[in-house]
Design a binder for this molecule. Structure first.
Ligand SMILES: [Zn+2]
Length: 129
């Protein structure tokens, strides 16, 4: 997998790997090896239409947690919004989706969060019981 593509649930291309509801609940719809709406991409849809509202904090928090896990499995994966796919005319994941902030976090905070998750998994594995 090369990309994570973010969508909102008003997206017409409805084949996503994960869906995140407004309370932060994550539903897994496809396995990583199954093809979603776009080749080489893991699709994550957040419930809502973000041309009107913004995603909830719980949704964004769940999304960041999900991205940490994906980054552990695919260290070189790049995160973007559906509308960045060349040749597709869509505003998905919505004009009010905080894509710039999320991309900034993915460039700076994501690797740190991934390393912390990895370190704590290692500690759990080798901790004396
Ligand atoms: Zn979309």
């Amino acid at each position: 997998m090369k990309f994570v593509l973010l969508h909102h649930s008003s997206c017409p291309r409805g084949a996503f790997h994960y869906c995140i509801d407004p309370t932060g609940g994550i539903e897994s719809l496809l396995s990583d090896s199954e093809r979603g709406a776009h080749a080489q991409s893991i699709g994550i849809a957040l419930s809502g239409d973000f041309n009107g509202a913004r995603p909830t904090e719980a949704q964004l928090e769940a999304l960041r947690g999900l991205l940490v896990g994906i980054k552990l499995r695919y260290p070189d994966i790049v995160i973007g919004g559906h509308r960045q796919v060349r040749g597709e005319s869509t505003d998905c994941p919505g004009r009010r989706f905080p894509l710039a902030a999320l991309r900034e976090w993915s460039a700076e905070g994501l690797v740190e969060a991934r390393d912390a998750a990895f370190a704590s998994a290692l500690e759990r594995q080798y901790a004396p019981s």
